[in-house]
Design a protein around this ligand. Sequence first.
Ligand code: NI
Length: 158
Amino acid sequence: MAIRNIVLEGDPILSKKCRVIENFDERLAQLIDDMIETMRLNNGVGLAAPQVGMLKRVVVVQVDRDEPAIELVNPEIIEAEGTQEEAEGCLSCPGEYGITKRPMRVKVKALDRLGKEHIYEGEALLARAFCHEIDHLDGILFKSHVVQMLDVSDLKSS
Ligand code: NI
């Protein structure tokens, strides 16, 4: 496994649409393992392939360190309900946080590294992480969902 560099906001790769995965090969497995390691090292709850420079529909999510990371290949949100407004940030936008409006619960259909289909249900933080990371695959950053940007200096001093 290897740590990959995180692409920062301003790089055009973050606004592009990613390609569907068709080959479930060793390179895909390596990418997923590297993304999990990179997410953990950076204390992220999720990471999308374009954030490591790959225009591929691959996402990893881990909101609970005691659970295994979830790998999502060609993910699709198939159901969404409710709303939540919580603080959100992105490893590609260091130091920037905002309150976003997201669904409270989502159901996601995705493949794993072997091409097997899974359905995941996420609520609260997990729902937000699914939405945030899947948005990255279509070139959308969390700021498009922000209802109010937060001043980080206020956050730190309070
Ligand atoms: Ni992000």
